[in-house]
Design a protein around this ligand. Structure first.
Ligand code: 2AM
Ligand code: CA
Length: 290
């Protein structure tokens, strides 16, 4: 018999402990919902600048994911883009606190919000799970193409059940790269422009699709040879970083330090072109610094 009185009832917890299944379920559900709302966005709010936008769909999708995760794992912590106040200070504080958690879910409900608002079909849902600060699961879902990318630490990465593998280009000259244009016009944008100027003559071409998570998934799947971007947040890259690593690629910060949750300037490649890419970015950066 249950001896607990009415006020002491233990909440019902679903018994499944498959983190990956929950991550997939959340990404797929939120992704379908986001897609169903395409073209209906009524309220466009700005965050740090007129270019930094958020919609009711971002907020609704994050709520949906949070609820689902907590149904399965009520004692896990969650760090989601829409749960953190805009600005560098609030971000640093939120990340510092979150990094200590035993289990931390890291959510970007819509990565590529600008694309989503314009109906440009390159946006994704990104969900990662970190254990004591190390990413152990990464799931990225692209609703436009119904592509689900899944990585588990030490067990490989998959798209629709097929293993993903980074590309085989050995030289920058045969590489297709991607980047993102930073919003910060003082430091990151001039640096990115200098990098593009230096890199473009050395590579096949550079794309800027507008979703960090999908760019990383594409490095993992061998569709691009490498990707770099400045000034990102943990929810943009945590899942994608694991996908790249589990597909045989390399992920560091732009200065070459190994990837961890605090990395904001990211470089991810097939491994073979990693050092040449970092060297070229460094040359370009030193020119902007005089
Ligand atoms: P988002 O759509 O989730 O905001 C595009 O270059 C990448 O930059 C996207 O992954 C986008 O994520 C991210 N991004 C957009 N605004 C940003 C901001 N203010 N700070 C950091 N990253 C941002
Ligand atoms: Ca987002």
């Amino acid at each position: 018999m249950n001896a607990l009185n009415e006020n002491e009832k233990i909440p019902y917890v679903v018994s499944s402990k498959s983190y990956t299944a929950v991550a997939i379920n959340c990404a797929a559900k939120a992704g379908e919902w986001i897609k169903s709302k395409l073209g209906t966005v009524k309220q466009l709010s700005t965050k740090t600048s007129a270019q930094d936008i958020v919609t009711e769909v971002d907020k609704g999708a994050e709520q949906m994911i949070r609820k689902l995760i907590l149904t399965h794992f009520p004692d896990h912590a969650i760090l989601g883009e829409e749960g953190v106040a805009p600005g560098t200070e609030a971000y640093a504080k939120a990340l510092e606190e979150a990094k200590e958690e035993e289990y931390l879910w890291i959510i970007d409900p819509v990565d590529g919000t600008t694309n989503y608002v314009h109906g440009f079909p390159f946006y994704s849902v990104s969900i990662a799970l970190a254990h004591h600060g190390e990413v152990i699961i990464g799931v990225i879902y692209d609703p436009s193409r119904d592509e689900l990318f899944v990585a588990e630490k030490g067990k490989g990465a998959y798209v629709h059940g097929n293993p993903t593998l980074v590309s085989k280009e050995e030289h920058l000259s045969e590489s297709l790269l991607a980047t993102g244009f930073p919003l910060d016009s003082k430091v990151n944008l001039p640096r990115n422009m200098a990098e593009l100027q230096t890199l473009l003559p050395k590579v096949r071409n550079v794309r800027a699709g507008g979703s960090a998570a999908l760019h990383l998934a594409y490095v993992a799947a061998g569709r691009i040879s490498g990707y770099w971007e400045h000034g990102l947040s943990v929810w943009d890259v945590a899942a994608g970083a694991l996908l790249v690593q589990e597909s045989g690629g390399k992920v560091t910060d732009i200065d070459g330090q190994p990837y961890d949750l605090s990395v904001r300037h990211i470089a991810a490649t097939n491994g073979l072109i990693h050092q040449p890419l970092l060297d070229t970015l460094k040359d370009a950066g030193s020119e902007t610094n005089g």
